[in-house]
Design a protein around this ligand. Structure first.
Ligand SMILES: [Zn+2]
Length: 138
Protein backbone atom coordinates (compact mmCIF):
# COMPACT_ATOMS: atom_id res chain seq x y z
CA UNK A 1 0.00 0.00 0.00
CA UNK A 2 2.75 2.38 0.99
CA UNK A 3 4.60 1.38 -2.09
CA UNK A 4 2.22 2.83 -4.59
CA UNK A 5 1.90 6.01 -2.62
CA UNK A 6 5.64 6.23 -2.57
CA UNK A 7 5.60 5.72 -6.29
CA UNK A 8 3.16 8.49 -6.92
CA UNK A 9 4.84 10.81 -4.47
CA UNK A 10 8.10 10.13 -6.15
CA UNK A 11 6.98 11.02 -9.62
CA UNK A 12 4.92 13.93 -8.44
CA UNK A 13 7.98 15.20 -6.67
CA UNK A 14 10.10 14.76 -9.74
CA UNK A 15 7.54 16.51 -11.87
CA UNK A 16 7.25 19.22 -9.29
CA UNK A 17 10.92 19.95 -9.16
CA UNK A 18 11.09 19.92 -12.93
CA UNK A 19 8.21 22.32 -13.05
CA UNK A 20 9.69 24.53 -10.35
CA UNK A 21 12.63 25.21 -12.57
CA UNK A 22 10.36 26.08 -15.43
CA UNK A 23 7.80 27.95 -13.41
CA UNK A 24 9.71 31.17 -13.78
CA UNK A 25 7.97 31.31 -17.11
CA UNK A 26 4.65 31.37 -15.35
CA UNK A 27 1.22 30.46 -16.46
CA UNK A 28 -0.66 27.78 -18.25
CA UNK A 29 2.15 26.63 -20.47
CA UNK A 30 4.02 25.41 -17.44
CA UNK A 31 0.97 23.76 -15.99
CA UNK A 32 0.23 21.97 -19.22
CA UNK A 33 3.80 20.79 -19.53
CA UNK A 34 3.79 19.60 -15.97
CA UNK A 35 0.59 17.70 -16.40
CA UNK A 36 1.80 16.09 -19.59
CA UNK A 37 4.92 14.99 -17.82
CA UNK A 38 2.95 13.57 -14.93
CA UNK A 39 0.60 11.73 -17.24
CA UNK A 40 3.57 10.23 -19.05
CA UNK A 41 5.03 9.15 -15.74
CA UNK A 42 1.73 7.60 -14.78
CA UNK A 43 1.73 5.61 -18.02
CA UNK A 44 5.12 4.20 -17.18
CA UNK A 45 4.04 3.44 -13.66
CA UNK A 46 1.02 1.69 -15.04
CA UNK A 47 3.17 -0.49 -17.24
CA UNK A 48 5.34 -1.37 -14.30
CA UNK A 49 2.31 -2.13 -12.20
CA UNK A 50 0.89 -4.43 -14.88
CA UNK A 51 4.22 -6.19 -15.16
CA UNK A 52 4.25 -6.68 -11.44
CA UNK A 53 0.73 -8.00 -11.46
CA UNK A 54 1.72 -10.45 -14.16
CA UNK A 55 4.74 -11.59 -12.21
CA UNK A 56 2.70 -12.12 -9.08
CA UNK A 57 0.04 -14.03 -11.01
CA UNK A 58 2.74 -16.17 -12.55
CA UNK A 59 4.38 -16.94 -9.24
CA UNK A 60 1.04 -17.68 -7.73
CA UNK A 61 0.11 -20.24 -10.39
CA UNK A 62 3.53 -21.67 -10.60
CA UNK A 63 4.33 -22.09 -6.97
CA UNK A 64 0.80 -22.79 -5.93
CA UNK A 65 1.19 -20.18 -3.23
CA UNK A 66 -1.74 -18.16 -2.19
CA UNK A 67 -0.77 -14.71 -3.35
CA UNK A 68 -4.24 -13.26 -3.33
CA UNK A 69 -3.24 -10.42 -1.07
CA UNK A 70 -0.36 -9.48 -3.29
CA UNK A 71 -2.61 -9.68 -6.33
CA UNK A 72 -5.25 -7.53 -4.71
CA UNK A 73 -2.59 -5.01 -3.83
CA UNK A 74 -1.26 -4.92 -7.35
CA UNK A 75 -4.76 -4.44 -8.71
CA UNK A 76 -5.32 -1.64 -6.25
CA UNK A 77 -2.08 -0.08 -7.33
CA UNK A 78 -3.18 -0.14 -10.95
CA UNK A 79 -6.53 1.36 -10.06
CA UNK A 80 -4.88 4.16 -8.16
CA UNK A 81 -2.55 5.01 -10.99
CA UNK A 82 -5.43 4.95 -13.44
CA UNK A 83 -7.50 7.22 -11.27
CA UNK A 84 -4.64 9.62 -10.76
CA UNK A 85 -4.00 9.60 -14.46
CA UNK A 86 -7.63 10.26 -15.28
CA UNK A 87 -7.66 13.19 -12.89
CA UNK A 88 -4.60 14.64 -14.53
CA UNK A 89 -6.05 14.17 -18.00
CA UNK A 90 -9.13 15.97 -16.85
CA UNK A 91 -7.09 18.82 -15.47
CA UNK A 92 -5.07 18.96 -18.65
CA UNK A 93 -8.22 19.11 -20.75
CA UNK A 94 -9.52 21.93 -18.63
CA UNK A 95 -6.28 23.81 -19.10
CA UNK A 96 -6.09 23.33 -22.78
CA UNK A 97 -9.76 23.91 -23.36
CA UNK A 98 -9.52 21.35 -26.09
CA UNK A 99 -11.60 21.32 -29.19
CA UNK A 100 -13.17 18.01 -29.86
CA UNK A 101 -13.41 17.06 -33.52
CA UNK A 102 -17.07 16.83 -34.52
CA UNK A 103 -16.21 14.10 -36.97
CA UNK A 104 -13.90 11.68 -35.23
CA UNK A 105 -13.87 12.87 -31.65
CA UNK A 106 -10.15 13.56 -31.61
CA UNK A 107 -9.16 16.22 -29.11
CA UNK A 108 -7.30 19.10 -30.67
CA UNK A 109 -5.54 22.11 -29.24
CA UNK A 110 -7.86 25.01 -28.65
CA UNK A 111 -6.22 27.05 -31.39
CA UNK A 112 -6.29 24.28 -33.99
CA UNK A 113 -8.16 24.96 -37.19
CA UNK A 114 -8.22 21.41 -38.46
CA UNK A 115 -8.40 18.06 -36.75
CA UNK A 116 -4.95 16.52 -36.36
CA UNK A 117 -6.37 13.08 -36.98
CA UNK A 118 -8.90 13.36 -39.77
CA UNK A 119 -8.31 16.87 -41.06
CA UNK A 120 -11.87 18.00 -40.60
CA UNK A 121 -12.23 21.73 -40.08
CA UNK A 122 -12.86 22.59 -36.47
CA UNK A 123 -15.57 24.98 -35.52
CA UNK A 124 -14.46 27.84 -33.39
CA UNK A 125 -17.42 27.86 -31.11
CA UNK A 126 -17.10 24.78 -29.01
CA UNK A 127 -18.61 25.97 -25.77
CA UNK A 128 -16.13 24.86 -23.16
CA UNK A 129 -17.07 27.48 -20.67
CA UNK A 130 -20.10 29.66 -20.84
CA UNK A 131 -18.15 32.20 -22.71
CA UNK A 132 -20.70 33.83 -24.90
CA UNK A 133 -19.66 36.31 -27.47
CA UNK A 134 -21.90 39.14 -28.28
CA UNK A 135 -22.42 39.54 -31.93
CA UNK A 136 -23.37 43.03 -32.85
CA UNK A 137 -22.94 42.34 -36.51
CA UNK A 138 -25.84 42.16 -38.89
ZN1 LIG B 1 -11.24 14.49 -36.62
Amino acid sequence: MGKIEGFIDEFLFMAKSAADVASKKTGEVVEIGKLRYQIKQAEWDLEKAYAKLGAIAYESRRGGDDLDDALALAVKEIDEIKQKSAEMEEALRAFKKVKKCPKCGQENESNALYCIRCGAPLEDEIPVESEEREQTED
